[in-house]
Design a protein around this ligand. Structure first.
Ligand SMILES: [Fe+2]
Ligand SMILES: [Fe+2]
Length: 265
């Protein structure tokens, strides 16, 4: 894979820490780490997990999302639909199966919540478990000092409210586009695809192996797919923009193999 950006430069937040005041990524994580509490995430799952926002097709959602600019992403100036197509194309060119290509195409569609008036800190950025100690491996971990869950004695220690190796399905993650899209699409996709969608922003686990003590054997097995997906999401961003009109037919056919014409959002 050849990119126009050196891979080491992707997700480089460290050079920005001395200029937090002027840095939208730092400001984004200051808000995200302050307001993403267990109570907040549970309330948002109740609200959006009902899938009562809209009924629309998957391609229609791609086009709807295309009006959004993601403050949390330091790397890309591509539009949302270009990022989705580029991720899917990179997976396709690597010879991966059709469900995996489709996962690349749709993985960020949960970001339509930003268009519902949700602040970006509630929709995008890295995700992490709630109800237990925040890992030092999470980006901008110092900002968790302002999170009210730090004051709740039940949420302290590695396990907090959870049993050892309870499995991620029992863990409430910080709310965002991952959890929402998982709930929108889970009835239509293989388990591996559901897993990629649900945990693709759980970077402390992908990159640093954090929170292994909450994972069970199935998590560890399926996390291999999340790790396989991660470079396609990140490193395809340096490539030339895809031709949307040229690719539209291929991906609309692919969508129709897995989804009905419209689904609940
Ligand atoms: Fe994402
Ligand atoms: Fe993405």
């Amino acid at each position: 894979m050849t990119g126009t950006q050196d891979e080491d430069q992707f997700r480089d937040y460290s050079s920005r820490e001395s200029m937090q005041d002027a840095d939208p990524v730092a400001e984004f994580y200051r808000l995200n780490h302050k307001y993403q509490t267990l109570a907040f995430a549970r309330a948002k799952i109740d609200q959006y997990g009902a899938l009562s926002l809209a009924r629309m097709g998957v391609w229609e959602a791609c086009e709807l999302l295309n009006t959004l600019v993601d403050d949390s992403d330091p790397d890309t100036s591509l539009s949302q639909i270009q990022h989705l197509l580029q991720t899917a194309e990179a997976i396709r060119q690597a010879g991966h199966p059709r469900w995996f290509q489709l996962t690349g195409l749709i993985h960020d569609l949960g970001k339509i919540l930003c268009l519902q008036g949700e602040p970006q800190w509630a929709v995008v950025g890295d995700t992490f478990p709630l109800g237990c100690e925040f890992s030092a491996d999470i980006v901008y971990a110092d900002f968790f000092a302002a999170n009210p869950d730090q004051m709740n004695p039940d949420y302290q220690g590695q396990l907090g409210i959870y049993a050892p190796e309870c499995g991620l399905d029992k863990v409430t993650m910080s709310f965002g586009h991952d959890e929402y899209l998982y709930r929108v699409t889970r009835a239509y996709l293989p388990l591996e695809a559901q897993y990629i969608i649900r945990y693709h922003s759980f970077y402390s686990a992908h990159s640093a192996g954090a929170y292994d003590y909450l994972m069970n054997a199935q998590d560890r097995e399926l996390f291999q797919w999340v790790k396989l997906f991660q470079p396609f999401d990140l490193y395809s961003k340096g490539h030339a923009p895809p031709d949307i009109e040229q690719l539209k037919d291929y991906y609309q056919t692919l969508i129709a193999e897995f989804f009905p014409a419209t689904i609940q959002w």
